[in-house]
Write a protein that binds this ligand. Structure first.
Ligand code: CA
Ligand code: CA
Ligand code: CA
Ligand code: CA
Length: 227
């Protein structure tokens, strides 16, 4: 009887959990996506949808405008991204609108880290993150935060070639960057900026990309010096 009561309670929990959400609402049926997030790209006070979409011919970076709760058709930001795993929306140049970090596969076959400057009305201009040109393989994740506590956004990326984790110090206005290599021993599929120890600065949390891979974190000892 006790087990029946426990099972009944669990089923009730499941039923209650499902009842918290409404029916799915279709945004588009034409997405083969790698990464998705939201942000108010056009600055009208509502959350728009941003994602990367893979096709057989090219990878796209696109967004859907939120119009009173109904999303517009797909709007192209770039048809020049590569694999589309790396995606972060943040006001990188701190001018009041949201910019986008992603990657780029250029004609020479190397991968660059790029950011798209928002002109304030969701029209974007692509910029290279200087010093990160010519990555040899996939950028598996991107994140942004202030590692060194100087008030501007720095960037953390993981890649599928060694050294797998790198962070980019913003030397001011997202114009000049300095790259620092971390030295994890195994390939990393995702690295995030999180205050793991709750001491007020942003640490690095990473997870491996293969079976048996590990989860590790690096403590920020201040000013972006990692232990
Ligand atoms: Ca919006
Ligand atoms: Ca901006
Ligand atoms: Ca900074
Ligand atoms: Ca910390």
């Amino acid at each position: 009887m006790k087990s029946i009561l426990v099972l009944s309670a669990l089923l009730n929990c499941v039923i209650i959990s499902f009842s918290q959400f409404g029916s799915p609402q279709l945004v588009t049926s034409h997405a083969h996506s790698r990464a998705i997030t939201t942000g108010d790209l056009d600055g009208d006070g509502d959350e728009d949808i941003v994602y990367t979409s893979y096709t057989s011919t090219f990878d796209k970076l696109v967004w859907h405008e939120n119009i009173s709760g109904v999303f517009s058709s797909q709007r192209l930001i770039s048809s020049d991204c590569y694999t589309g795993h790396a995606l972060e929306v943040v006001d990188l140049d701190q001018d009041g609108d949201l910019d986008i970090i992603s990657d780029q596969h250029n004609v020479g076959g190397v991968i660059n880290l790029v950011w798209y400057e928002n002109n304030g009305d969701a029209a974007f201009v692509q910029h290279y993150v200087d010093g990160v040109e010519g990555l040899g393989d996939v950028v598996s994740s991107a994140d942004a935060g202030d590692f060194d506590g100087d008030g501007d956004f720095d960037i953390l990326i993981s890649t599928s070639d060694w050294p797998y984790v790198k962070w980019l110090r913003n030397n001011g206005n997202a114009i000049s960057w300095t790259m620092f290599n971390m030295s994890p021993t195994n390939a990393v599929s995702n690295a995030r900026m999180e205050d793991v120890d709750g001491d007020g600065d942003i640490d690095i949390l990473e997870i491996g990309s293969f079976s048996g891979g590990s989860i590790k974190w690096f403590e920020n000892e201040g000013a972006g010096i990692f232990n």
